[in-house]
Ligand binder design. Structure first.
Ligand code: MRU
Length: 352
């Protein structure tokens, strides 16, 4: 297996180091900080992004906040940790991994003294990170079996090592299928407006020496209709209990196009992305981002001043368009109400 890229790490001197993804592909700039508010800012600004990675970053952020807290009383430390968690949680609303990681961390320190809590939080953040990488590798193996021989796989946004603790979800499946020899080419959509496909997926595929072609989002239909795509594989930010999938804006139209062209449409995501408490996609909060991201490109206006802009960062793909959901515990298929519950509870993988 090729060497794995890891976009965030805890340093021995009690700082967190992360790659600023807004600077890619031009520059590889690493940021070091001991300040959890800098982590919150990085999540807000998409310096770190992708559902699993923002959960991991928030977990490390909470560990930083506990170390920085001067509280001597156990209750004081807990109050500081909860306040930091609120700030981290408020950064982005759609990816459920963020709240999942913070809740998992806070639950640990309910009944502990402050020194123990600081240790436990750091240990847990590291565990969340390590589990994510191991889970992605298992997901890759399950997913690779679904990719037809000699196929060209289309992916959207970036669901690779850069979006996770390492290895990737959708791009993890691509990586595993490439290593297994059944994938021959990737088609990456550029992913307007912030170009995660053009900037980040292209960067990762080039680093991994996996052959790929970058297309404008608007060329997806033609490319599928020309018979060039064997499967579409994307990541997810939140999967509702009924299998509706929130992912980067533009995913829904790819799913409809895949259906129209009889191409399987797979979603690869860890169980931390599955939100059984949210019944359907209609209840998933959709992040609305700054109009500037649409009306300008890297500081240059491309629309007349004052243009009314809508900039939803995610959309919801109804479960009827999803061929299967690939997790680290196996492959879930319709009816998703049952199969998602079983992969979430499973020690035993439900393979499809
Ligand atoms: O706005 P982003 O770049 O954080 O959006 C990321 C996505 O939509 C990814 O597809 C999703 O988080 C899965 S990442 C493994």
């Amino acid at each position: 297996m090729s060497e794995m890229f890891v976009p965030i790490e805890w340093l021995a001197d009690g700082k967190v180091r992360f790659l600023d993804q807004t600077r890619l592909p031009q520059e590889e700039v690493w940021v070091e900080t001991a300040d959890y508010e800098r982590i919150a800012d990085a999540i807000r600004r998409l310096e770190v992004r992708g559902a699993p990675l923002i959960g991991i970053a928030a977990a490390y952020g909470l560990a930083l906040a506990a170390r920085a807290s001067r509280a001597k009383e156990d209750d004081g430390l807990r109050a500081d940790a909860r306040a930091a968690a609120d700030i981290l949680r408020s950064t982005r609303p759609t990816a459920v991994n963020l709240a999942w990681a913070l809740d998992r961390m806070l639950a640990l320190i309910e009944n502990t003294c402050s020194d123990e809590a600081r240790l436990l939080l750091l240990r847990e953040a590291r565990a969340i990170h390590e589990e994510d990488i191991a889970g992605n590798q298992r997901m890759g193996q399950y997913g690779a079996e679904l990719i037809p021989a000699d196929s060209n796989v289309m992916t959207h946004c970036n669901a690779g090592a850069l979006a996770t603790g390492g290895y990737g979800t959708a791009l993890g499946v691509v990586r595993a299928a490439w290593e297994a020899g059944n994938l021959v080419h990737v088609t990456a959509t550029e992913t307007r407006p912030l170009l995660q496909g053009a900037r980040l997926t292209a960067w990762e595929l080039r680093e991994g020496a996996i052959p790929f072609t970058l297309i404008p989002d608007s060329a997806a239909g033609l490319t599928m209709r020309r018979g060039r795509i064997g499967a579409v594989v994307v990541g997810a930010d939140r999967i509702a209990a009924n299998g509706d999938v929130a992912n980067k804006i533009g995913t829904y139209q790819l799913a409809v196009l895949a259906h129209e062209n009889e191409i399987p449409f797979y979603v690869a995501a860890p169980i931390s992305t599955i939100d059984l408490a949210t019944p359907t996609g209609d209840e998933i909060p959709i992040e609305e981002r700054s109009p500037d991201e649409v009306s300008s490109v890297r500081g240059t206006d491309i629309a007349p001043q004052g243009t009314d802009v809508s900039n939803p960062a995610f959309d919801v793909t109804p479960n009827k368009y999803v061929t299967a959901i690939i997790t680290e515990n196996g492959v879930a298929r319709a009816p998703y109400g049952e199969s998602l519950r079983s992969v979430c509870e499973a020690g035993v993988p439900a393979r499809g």
